[in-house]
Design a protein around this ligand. Sequence first.
Ligand SMILES: *Cc1c(COP(=O)(O)O)cnc(C)c1O
Length: 237
Amino acid sequence: MDVGNIRENIESIRETIKEAAESVGRNPEDINLIAVTKLHGPEEINEAIDCGIKDIGENKVQELLEKYEKVKPVRWHLIGHLQTNKVKYIIDKVDLIHSVDSLKLAQEIDKRALQHGKIMDVLIQVNAAEEESKFGVSSGDTENLIQEIIETCPNVRIKGLMCIAPLEEDMEKVRPFFAEVKEIFDRYVGDESGRTDFRYLSMGMTDDYPVAIQEGANMVRIGRAIFGARNYRQEEK
Ligand SMILES: *Cc1c(COP(=O)(O)O)cnc(C)c1O
């Protein structure tokens, strides 16, 4: 794909973001666009950065590490499932981990963050639709998990929630899940205890981001609409 396409795609997404935000009276500038770069190489990623992208998301640790040195300075987001034994490889490289869904994982992040003298920003991944195939904590268990992390992980700062909606042809069908996660998010925004710092609601991908924005998302994770279809055969190598 040439630069022209990536540039046009990003412009068109920004336009859609603007329309979705304005349709519910929100400021489009409050929405952070994360370019999801899985299965795309450093060259394409750098093109996207040249087109103004400041945040990129990878869902696999190995892939992130392979690209990390080859990509221009940018904020890195780990958006996929994170195994406890891989935390140590990314702790000093990523700015936000979107996929914390267990106390065990949070405690490992806490331990590694302490070793690096940093506070790690994370989101809690909520599996609102309770799909067996997806990671994430159920809506009902989210507050408990947040409480346990607050109590035992001083080097982890919870910045909000993330959700991956079920795959539906009709994006209206996922609206209730986004609304449910927004409702949990709102319980923590402005948390006066200072023990969480809720700012980010990471919801919405290529197929559903306009609805996610209408329901309150302020981080959208978009891959295909920027870079085109992914070649999954490459992944199997
Ligand atoms: C791949 C991926 C995305 C982006 O999906 P697209 O449909 O390509 O926009 C967003 N979030 C996560 C967690 C992903 O793995």
